[in-house]
Design a protein around this ligand. Sequence first.
Ligand code: G
Ligand code: MN
Length: 277
Amino acid sequence: MHQHGTLDNHHQEGPQSHKSLTLEDIWRAIELDQFFPYYQPKVKLRGMEPVGVEALMRWRHPERGVLSAGAFLPLIADNFLFDELAFIMLEKSVAQSRAWQKEGLDIIISVNMSPDLLHDTTLPDRIAAIVTEHCVPMQRLIIEVPESSIARGTDDVLETLTQLRVKGCGVAIDDYGTGYCDRAQLERVPASELKIDRMMLAGASRRPLLRQQLEHSIDIARELNLAAVAEGVESPDEWDLVNELGVDMVQGYFIAHPMAGEDLRDWLARWSVDPFV
Ligand code: G
Ligand code: MN
């Protein structure tokens, strides 16, 4: 069995002396069920109607509080623990979807998938099994895959994504603009949505070259019949810009920060009365 020496040492040192997190800490935290999703709303630009949420990984660390994925994802990016965590997020998100469904909330959930798992052509069946078990329609789920994972677009990855689409679930190309997919590669991917990374948006209202690149991404989405989502919209300026350029959906701190599942209902109620408050 694995040992928990690192974590034990850490306990003795108290919260001030933060040692680097290790894979062992993460493994232990999985066993203790400390990972859970927060949900960040995504709204349609026209009419500003909330249409979905993205499930974002959080770690309820006993001493450090709630940690964002940035604090530990680099550690597991190329590790099987990422696969493990992706499935934990999927399972919990689908359970949350069922709970919202029972409250009458019709919300589509996007879940980030570990790139390694896309090579496994049994993935669509495994996902479908979880979704069916919770009596949630596949149409309520979008699987997000980073652009970088499809740039190497091998046949098994394309087969996996095709099967997901056949089963009714959406596929989003995530972090678009950071993964260097060319047009021909993108065309082969059976996606439904293009999530344009904040990197393309930040500064685009002041810098013509960035703005051009952003416009180009939106054009590509349109030509490939993908819904264009602007990610990481933080300010009124950025909202105005994506409004002017005409994306389909918007996600980012300007709309809402990621929140606990039980807080979504209240957020939706406030948003419907007075957006951006
Ligand atoms: O890679 P992916 O797009 O799945 O990651 C989304 C990440 O971006 C999350 O960690 C989320 O907390 C963060 N995020 C969400 N909205 C904003 C935003 O408006 N600005 C910035 N800088 N980050 C954001
Ligand atoms: Mn994502």
